[in-house]
Design a protein around this ligand. Structure first.
Ligand code: AHG
Ligand code: MN
Ligand code: MN
Length: 345
């Protein structure tokens, strides 16, 4: 019964009926975005919108279209207390009686829009805080482990939904004939070990020394301490890179760098790192971030601002642990300790 696949997964995960309406409303919008992406130049949706968002990034037309569609749909759902978007400077207060707050990256991988590459929508939902005003950004200052639901829709060769409601990370494929989500993998599982890494190598000279050493050892492959050859893939869209990791394992990294001292990290905690971290952990992987003198589990970081950025290392559990042993090392000469289990956070 493919038409009921999504509802069946809600039932299995015990998702509250009112939260189901919020998730469904958001997912219905992603079907519209998917259609616009498929039409591309025919619908006039490619190219720049000639405006900048609050983060100083030039918005693409599809960034604006996706943001407007998502915002409009959620504004009509009385269960939503507030929303936050990459494309909006402030959070938006909606219904005071709403029990949920929603955050999203309407269009991730914007630089891929005009090259017909992978792009997607990333979203997350939390319980609304009763002791915090609806219009306060502090509604969103909750650690990622509070997420009730996290997911993305990947507008790739197929349109895919990858979703967790606290249970397994599941994958659905949008059937272009019925326009329904059909369950195509009921439990994604990230392999513990990998020979594939994902990073923007152009930033190499801006990384810290410990991180440089980790990547250098990956590049040495079977001739270095790792003793095995690694391959590299980079889609320049977190949704595409994380989807590959969820499908066949790997390690995805966007570390701190010194390009702009006021902004050491690139990815946003609330609507990029946190939902991806939940999806990865619920598929058996790990997701962490480097802070001063420690490695943190991403889902335990409490945001202090809506658009806060964090360094990200996520994917195959054993490889994330190994990366962490390099990041945490203060003695430049010491050999890395290869960790075989999950004790390295
Ligand atoms: P967005 O398009 O929402 O601004 O996010 C882009 C992010 C992320 O998706 C991707 O991993 C990264 O930026 C790409 O960075 P580079 O430009 O360094 O490749
Ligand atoms: Mn993004
Ligand atoms: Mn975006």
């Amino acid at each position: 019964m493919p038409m009921q696949d999504l509802q069946n997964s809600f039932k299995r995960d015990g998702v509250a009926a009112d939260l189901q309406t919020v998730i469904t409303a958001l997912l219905n919008v992603t079907k519209e975005i998917s259609l616009a992406v498929r039409q591309g130049a025919l619908a006039g949706v490619l190219g720049s919108a000639q405006v900048e968002n609050v983060q100083g990034e030039t918005q693409k037309k599809l960034d604006v279209i996706a943001n407007d569609l998502l915002t409009a749909a959620l504004r009509e759902n009385s269960h939503v207390r507030a929303l936050a978007s990459e494309e909006e400077e402030h959070s938006v207060a909606l219904f005071n009686s709403g029990k949920y707050i929603v955050a999203f990256d309407p269009l991730d991988g914007s630089s891929n829009i005009d090259i017909n590459g992978q792009i997607g929508t990333i979203f997350t939902m939390y319980p609304a805080l009763d002791n915090v005003a609806s219009d306060s950004p502090a509604q969103f200052f909750q650690p990622g482990k509070n997420q009730l639901c996290a997911g993305y829709v990947l507008y790739g060769a197929s349109t895919l939904l990858v979703l967790t409601n606290g249970g397994p990370t599941r994958c659905f494929t949008l059937d272009p004939h019925s326009n329904e989500w059909v369950l195509t993998n009921g439990q994604l599982q990230v392999p513990q070990n990998t020979e594939e890494f994902s990073i923007n190598m152009a930033n190499q000279r801006f990384w810290g020394d410990n991180f440089k050493r980790y990547i250098a050892d990956l590049l040495l492959g079977e001739t270095g301490v790792r003793g095995k050859r690694f391959n590299m893939r980079w889609n320049a869209a977190m949704v595409g890179d994380v989807h590959r990791v969820l499908t066949r394992g790997g390690i995805f990294m966007y570390p701190n760098d010194s390009r702009n001292p006021r902004q050491p990290a690139k990815l946003r905690l609330l609507y990029e790192a946190n939902p991806m971290a939940m999806l990865i952990e619920n598929a058996g992987g790990k997701a962490c971030s480097e802070a001063t003198n420690k490695i943190q589990r991403i889902l335990e970081i409490t945001p202090a601002s809506l658009h806060q950025r964090v360094s990200v290392v996520l994917g195959s559990a054993n490889e994330v642990d190994i990366c962490n042993t390099y990041l945490f090392k203060r003695d430049q000469q010491a050999e890395p300790v290869l960790v075989e289990n999950d004790e390295a956070y």
